[in-house]
Ligand binder design. Sequence first.
Ligand code: ACO
Length: 323
Amino acid sequence: MQPELTLFSTIAGTGSALPERIVTNHELAERIDTSHEWIVERTGIHQRHLVSEGQNTSDLACAAALQAIAASGIDAVEIDLVVVATTTPDLVFPSVACLVQQKLGIVNRCPAFDLQAVCSGFIYALSTADNFIRAGQARCALVIGADVMSRITDWNDRSNCILWGDGAGAVVLRASDTPGVLATHLHADGRYRDLLHAGSAPDGGGCAVRMQGNAVFRFAVRTLDEIVDETLEKNGLQKDDITWLVPHQANIRIIEATAKKLGMSMDKVVVTVDRHANTSAASVPLALDTAVRDGRIKKGDTLLLEAFGGGFTWGSALIKWMV
Ligand code: ACO
């Protein structure tokens, strides 16, 4: 039998999860040579949520997924694709997606896999699931961004340990007759490993993020400028057609630069970096869920989601909010 063809996908519900433990800048300043004022001025971050011993990426991913499933009103058995964006899987294998599938009791043998594009991971995962649905290969996808960045952070490296937080965000993406995901645009440039990478330390120590923050900052601002132009141009939109900017939450100064590029006032930008810090693949869906649950995002709104991360990778998703 030929698969039933559907041209579009739409987000039916969102969810998110944060570890209970909150670590403030003041607490970090007791351990490393930094200050609350420096962190707020350079990044906009006031606090981050960090996992406790024994809490893993799949735990956060499942909690976020359960919320998204409840919000979308589907039954978990309807899910026929699980995609998890993560850089910090519980294990090398099985994937977090397979762990989530098992924990949620999805026993219908649907495909489940992880995808790694660091902070751009959720945009990549959303684009992948959208394409599965457009191709008629799935009708109800669970798309998750989840990371426990604290496990790959060198807590003695003040130049970047202040940036990271842990969390997860999820959406249920369903086949629909009308377009919810209007377009996605993905890019990567693999020449910049020296500026941002995580791998085993040369001294044989554990895996830790190493970043030349200033150079990454400049590259991120320039690249996000370009993706805004590309997204508007390729979809025949003007800046004021965008109702909400839902950006990756890396640094408030990067977010402000993108808002300025769009000619948008900051009250049309979803900002969670102050409370969540940079949760990598979780950051965009966490911000999305926050603004959906507090009622800012309404039916008919047009959203621009964007992210930039290690690789380098970057991308955008243009969404018409349909629920
Ligand atoms: N507290 C106090 N001082 C500090 C700290 C700290 N935590 N960290 C660095 N400094 C000092 C530096 O030593 C330097 O001192 P010097 O002038 O005496 O040499 C000074 O502050 C300025 O350092 P910079 O690195 O130039 O600071 P900058 O303003 O660039 O801020 C930051 C650093 C916050 C890391 C910023 O560069 C940034 O946000 N970069 C982009 C991060 C990002 O978006 N990454 C991409 C996504 S992440 C991913 O995909 C995994």
